[in-house]
Write a protein that binds this ligand. Sequence first.
Ligand SMILES: [Zn+2]
Ligand SMILES: [Zn+2]
Length: 244
Amino acid sequence: MDHGSARRLWGGFLERLYPQVCALCGDAGQPGLDLCVGCEADLPRVEQACPSCGRPLPAEAAGSVCGRCVRRPPPYAAVYAPYRYAPPVDRLIAEFKFRGRLANARLLGELFRRAAVADGRRPPPLLIPVPLHTARLRGRGYNQSLELARELARHFGVRVEAFGVRRQRATPPQMTLPARRRRANVRGVFAMRRGRRLSGSVAIVDDVMTTGATVEELARVLRRAGASRVEVWSFARAGQARSR
Ligand SMILES: [Zn+2]
Ligand SMILES: [Zn+2]
């Protein structure tokens, strides 16, 4: 028996033992996905987005860079964020992040991968998850961005650099701060470990992107460390692009 069929057999066995259950409604899930067909179809997808910052755009503005990015071009080259940060995506992320549902990591990773394949996107050869401060990592037990990056890396055959960047201090979660304070909150918070240098194209991986202050700060650090191009891959995107 070859490796592939052994794996399918084992997968089928596990499936009978632990059938997939929808994480949202409790109905039967789908093979390899803890979500039923109906709940998956109802997830809010970003249809048109600003190619620069990933904020959802109204249909008539499809393909154009939003006013905000024209006025102040961000330090990253592009954002790919397939889901809108709206119910029930916010609930899936909250459970994943704060209630220790590591099972949701597999689910979100799988959804992220499926969306990228459907949208014809491919990540660059190196993924850098937004690092957590060690104190927070100890409290939570895992870094949600790292779990997502691992899923993407496994599927697309790219590398994850989990510990190349250090978060030098614990900061209040961005979500708890008003937009204008978020940039100051993360200023100088990231540093490359021991003079680690980068080259070529990299992607920052995050679970949810709101004002973008965190990934902007991290993108600057990665560019200074030698990355020629920085993309952002975020599972979900909050906010709406303003017209110009
Ligand atoms: Zn369901
Ligand atoms: Zn934009």
